[in-house]
Design a binder for this molecule. Structure first.
Ligand code: DER
Length: 234
């Protein structure tokens, strides 16, 4: 099975938890894309009805609109029944790293308003500890004086051998999020000690908008692997 087929399997499994009449948080990324496609298909087939979606990015908004999924925003639907979204990393405590697709702020706003948050991943996303993949741990920052903010973030995680880099787009310009902000990617060499302490410390740095650690937020993680599907509940 290819990685994309595993992503689709996890996504379709998650959509089995969707009931007619729900207000849904619609995730962003290549895994969540399959879930949104599936929701659109079930609506079209009449197997689901009366769904309202809150998109976590402009990209998901466009995808949902093209599928005819009725959309709303968080202000009009402050309580969401269920969100389905991917993740870049999942640790054994269901802590996540998200945001490598650049949508972490709206994702965290939506997923923080949900009664249930189902994370869908292929098995390659499972890590021993947050930051353990050696890939980026994203932080959304305001554009003004971003280098100062990056320097503060880097020194915060000095013991973890952190390197902070400004994310660039395909043209070598600073990547700009849906919210008009920049992203500083943190590359960690060693495990962070206390994740909650790290989270609070990052959010206290003036210039930081939000970070990509989603701690104690996922209620269920659906993992699709070569040997089948595993469902972990918090
Ligand atoms: O950027 C994001 O937050 C995405 O949800 C990411 O965490 C997962 O993207 P993927 O499903 O394309 O791997």
């Amino acid at each position: 099975l290819t990685q994309d087929e595993l992503k689709r399997i996890a996504a379709y499994k998650a959509v089995e938890f969707v009931e007619s009449g729900m207000v849904l948080g619609l995730g962003t990324g290549s895994t969540a894309k399959h879930a949104v496609d599936r929701i659109g298909e079930l609506l079209r087939q009449g197997k689901l009805s009366n769904i309202v979606g809150i998109p976590t990015s402009k990209k998901t908004e466009e995808q949902a609109l093209s599928l005819g999924i009725p959309l709303a925003d968080l202000d009009s639907h402050p309580t969401i029944d269920l969100a389905i979204d991917g993740a870049d990393e999942v640790d054994p405590h269901l802590n996540l790293v998200k945001g490598r697709g650049g949508s972490l702020l709206r994702e965290k706003m939506v997923e923080g308003a949900c009664k249930k948050f189902i994370v869908i991943v292929d098995e390659s996303k499972l890590v021993k500890y947050v930051g353990g993949s050696g890939l980026a741990m994203p932080v959304e920052v305001v554009p003004i004086w971003w280098a100062t903010t990056a320097r503060k973030l880097q020194s915060l995680f000095e013991e973890s051998g952190c390197v902070a880099k400004l994310r660039k787009d395909s043209k070598g310009e600073p990547f700009v999020t849906d919210n008009g902000n920049y992203v500083i990617d943190l590359y960690l060499k060693k495990e962070i000690g206390d994740l909650q302490v790290a989270s609070d410390a990052m959010l206290r740095i003036t210039g930081v908008v939000e970070h990509g650690m989603f701690l104690d937020m996922a209620t269920t993680v659906i993992v699709a692997g070569e040997l089948g599907i595993t469902i972990k509940h918090k």
